[in-house]
Design a protein around this ligand. Structure first.
Ligand code: PMP
Length: 420
């Protein structure tokens, strides 16, 4: 019998349906036991399984030294762990080479790196940057800054009432002045999964490179950057059950090689004189200074954890929860879901007639139900739907139908309290 396959089967779909993953997350397990916490805010940041906590603990307890520079064994151990984590990210994203993966602080830093080093050198006044109306602020503001600096024009693909992209507008928005298309794979505020392969194909037909913000996609679906053929793919570790302060950027090697460095400092150089410096090969030339070694190692452990359960099992399970959630929340009068695309991750953004989302969040908290309220760093979406904010319940590997039932019961209580 194949032991790997057996382990995966054991921790597969049925394991998730039984709520088995909850026991892997000490904070949730203990808080559930003590105060019946229902955690529905994984899109903001996911909780951490014991294996990730242990990997970080082990690194600092017995494997830690600075990397790359040491000839002594401990430094080599730490270097191997850090570079091993790069290999895990490579396999996770389906990249051809581990050198195509650059570690960063998170999706935000990755997008800023690309704005500065990939897009800035190719943009002149009057050129166009294309994004969409469903982007997180991290995939809007770096482009606004770039446009202010260069005189380029920021354009966006509009939304439909279901919270999808109006893709029939894409061909005409991709002009011969478009220098890049930056688009999210999954919307954090709506849950919409964008048809990325099709978007990339349309952009490439016009020779426009595509940067993908995958921050909300990697915790929910298997990604294959080579099949997608995107030019860059960016994500944060903390939404994938990994530590904060670490994330990764995949880029095609031909792009990394053509890009100037971003930050200068140790580890990104070949040689330095008082007059000039020469730079290391990618990815080192984009990782100036001592990186987040423990973060990368923890991210590697998070990837192992998710792989053990299987991304396909996770997607299938979350699809089940999504269907159940639509039904359960559909029984709450006055509740309107914002973002009703047929292709969605397990995110429920909603408004409740007559009650402000902040009140909804505060009242749910008094029942130990943690949801997020506000604009979710995606104000243009709120403008489109003409609402100030939503309440968002976003699911993770540890949530179950019972959590959705608790949410609906909490909302019915709120309706009673506000007499709506
Ligand atoms: N993009 C999306 C779609 C996100 O949801 C987030 C985080 N909410 C980010 C980018 C930014 O990620 P981070 O704050 O980890 O840099």
């Amino acid at each position: 019998m194949d032991p790997v396959k057996t382990a995966t089967e054991k921790r597969g779909l049925e394991f998730l349906r039984q709520g088995g993953a909850l026991a892997d997350f000490p904070l949730l397990r203990d808080a559930r036991a003590k105060e019946k916490l229902v955690f529905l805010d994984s899109a903001a940041s996911a909780q951490k399984p014991q294996v990730v906590i242990d990997a970080v603990d082990r690194l600092y307890s017995s494997e830690y030294a600075n990397i790359h520079r040491g000839v002594y064994r401990l430094s080599q151990v730490a270097t191997e762990l850090y570079e091993g984590a790069r290999g895990k990210v490579q396999n996770f994203l389906g990249a051809a080479k581990s050198e195509e993966i650059v570690f960063v602080r998170g999706a935000t830093e990755g997008l800023n790196l690309l704005a500065h080093s990939f897009v800035r050198p190719r943009v002149k006044a009057g050129d166009e940057i294309l994004i969409t109306q469903m982007e997180h602020h991290s995939n809007i503001v770096p482009w606004q800054l770039l446009c202010q600096e260069t005189g380029a024009v920021l354009k966006f693909v509009p939304l439909t009432a279901d919270g999808e992209l109006e893709l029939d507008k894409l061909p005409e928005l991709l002009t011969d002045r478009t220098r890049v298309l930056a688009v999210s794979h999954v919307s954090n505020a709506l849950g919409t999964i964008n048809p990325l392969a099709e978007i990339v194909r349309l952009a490439h037909e016009k020779n426009v490179p595509v940067i993908v913000d995958g921050a909300q996609a990697v915790p929910h679906l298997a990604v294959d950057v080579q099949a997608l053929d995107c030019d860059f793919y960016v994500f944060s570790g903390h939404k994938l059950y990994g530590p904060t302060g670490v994330g990764a950027v995949y880029g095609k090697m031909e792009h990394w090689r053509a890009m100037p460095p971003w930050q200068g400092g140790g580890d990104m150089i070949l040689s330095v004189t008082m007059e000039k410096s020469t730079y290391a090969e990618p990815p080192a030339c984009f990782e100036a200074g001592t990186p987040n070694i423990a973060g990368a190692v923890g991210l590697g452990a998070a990837i192992d954890y998710v792989n053990e359960i299987g991304l396909d099992n996770l997607t299938a399970y979350e699809n089940e929860l999504l269907a159940q959630g639509n039904e359960i929340l559909g029984q709450v009068p006055g509740l309107r879901i914002i973002g009703t695309s047929a292709h969605k991750a397990a995110v429920f953004s909603f408004v409740l007639d007559g009650v402000h989302p902040h009140d909804v969040g505060t009242f749910l908290d008094s029942d130990n139900i943690a949801v997020r309220t506000g604009h979710h760093c995606a104000q243009p979406i709120m403008d489109y739907f003409d609402i100030p904010a939503t309440t968002r319940a976003s699911l993770g590997i540890y949530n179950t139908t019972a959590d959705l039932e608790a949410l609906a019961a909490g909302l019915l209580k709120i309706r009673k309290f506000f007499r709506v």
